[in-house]
Design a protein around this ligand. Sequence first.
Ligand code: SF4
Length: 363
Amino acid sequence: MSADGEIRLPEVVEKSLRVLPLTRQEALWVLSFPEERVVELVGAVSRVRRRFFGTRVKLNALVNIKSGLCPEDCGYCSQSKLSTAPVQKYPYLETGEVLEQATLAGEAGAKRLCLVASGRGPAPAEMDRLTATVRAVKERHPDLEICTCLGLLKDGQAEALKEAGVHAYNHNLNTSESFYESICSTHTYADRGETVEKAKASGLSPCSGALFGMGESDEDVVDVALALRELRPESVPVNFLIPIPGTPLSEKRELTPQRCLKILALFRLVFPDVEVRIAGGREVHLRSLQPLGLHLANSIFAGDYLTTEGQPAGSDLQMISDAGLTVEPAGERTLPAERSDAEQPTTPAARRIGRVTLKDRRG
Ligand code: SF4
C-alpha cells in the first residue's frame, strides 16, 4: 500500500517479488480487480511467476488408487456418503496396476505422481499395501516424485510414508475456517491443518491448497490463502469446483474465467516462490483463457482428475508451447534455489490419468 493509502498494482507486485507478505486488504483488492482489466492483472503478476519459475511448467499425474466408499460428507465430492453420482467403487489398487499407471505417466513427462485415495484416512492394512506399492514404484521409477493424498493421518503414518519413499503429502484446507462447516461436518478444519503439520513434521513436502466456486465470499478466499501461508506449504493446488450431478453442490455455477484468473493471481502473489498448481476445473472454468492461467501458476495436472476428465495431453503440451512456456525438464528443481526449505532436485518422468478412465488420452 502506498503512503497515500492507495493500493497500486505495481507496488503489490513489487512486494511479492521481494517475498513480502501481502496484507489482507491488498489480497481483497486483488480479488476486486475489474474483470474487464484482468489481462492487465495477469500481465503484472506474471512477473512474479517468471522471476521465480521462469517459463517452466511442471506436469503432475494423478492416479485414483481407491475410489468411492467414503463415509465423509464433503459437499463438493462425488465420492462422499451424500453423493448419488455414479462413481466407480474399488479398494486400494494392486501394486501392479499402480506400476502400470506410473509407467504411462513416466512416458508422458510428468515429474510428480499423485496417489489419491478416498476415505477419512488410511487403515493399517491400507498403509501396508500402499507402502509396498510406493517401494515398488520408486524401485522402477526412482526419479518420480510420489505424492500421496489419503485423508487424515494418524500418528506414525506420515513417518511410514516418508520411510517408504513418498516425497510429498497433499491435504487441502479447501476453504476458510468460517465457511468450512457449510461444506463438511464429519471432520473439522483443524483436523485438516493438523494432518498437514504431521506431514511436514515427518519430513514430507507439504502440499495443501483450496477449492473455489462453492459459494465462498472474497473474505473466505483471502482467509484460506492466508491460512495456507501459515502452513508454509511447498506446493499449493488451486481447484475450481466442477459441480457434479448427484452432489450437494451440483447447482453451483458462480465461477467465471476472470474470477479464476483473479484467484490464481492472488495465490501467485501470496505464494511467490511456492509451486502453485492449477488443479481440478481448469478446462471447465478457465476455458479459452487457460493459457493466461499458465502465466500465473507454474504447475498443472496433466491428464484426468480424480473423477472427471481433463483435456488430452497433446492439447496441454500444445497450449504450453503456444504460450511460450516449456515443460519443466529432467533434473531441474521446481522451487527456487534460494528457498531455505526447497525440495531436492529430481529428474522427471510422468503424466497420465486417474484409474477411473484408463484409456490413453495422450493424442
Ligand atoms: S473429499 Fe475425500 S474425505 Fe471428503 S468425501 Fe471425498 S473422498 Fe471422502
